[in-house]
Ligand binder design. Structure first.
Ligand SMILES: [Zn+2]
Length: 109
């Protein structure tokens, strides 16, 4: 991978990590427990709890993605970025463009 590509993916990854951190910060409130004594009716309370579950699930996924992004940034520093961690083949540029944090090629995913 040439230095231009490395720079492109490095920029993408830092942007992605900022976006995820931003999301995690903003969603902190909606992820906290639904207060038992709030003024919501029973139905809207259930909805609020379902929403909360969705936010929690999304936050879990985003946290995992953030770890992958941080790993990918490390892999850029170690100059192993862009190769599959299992078979060592180059990961296709299409795949990296869509998910710069992936660590495996299509075959090993
Ligand atoms: Zn592979």
């Amino acid at each position: 991978m040439n230095s231009e590509d490395i720079e492109k993916y490095s920029a993408k990854l830092s942007k992605l990590s900022l976006e995820i951190e931003d999301y995690l910060k903003k969603s902190e409130d909606s992820a906290s427990a639904v207060e038992p004594d709030n003024a919501l009716g029973r139905l809207s309370r259930m909805e609020a709890m379902q929403d909360q579950q969705m936010v929690l699930e999304l936050r879990r996924r985003k946290k995992r993605q953030l770890l992958d992004v941080e790993n990918a940034i490390k892999r850029i520093e170690q100059e192993s970025f862009g190769s599959c961690m299992f078979c060592g083949q180059s990961i296709s540029p299409d795949r990296l463009d869509a998910f710069p944090e992936v660590q495996t090629c299509v075959n090993c995913a």
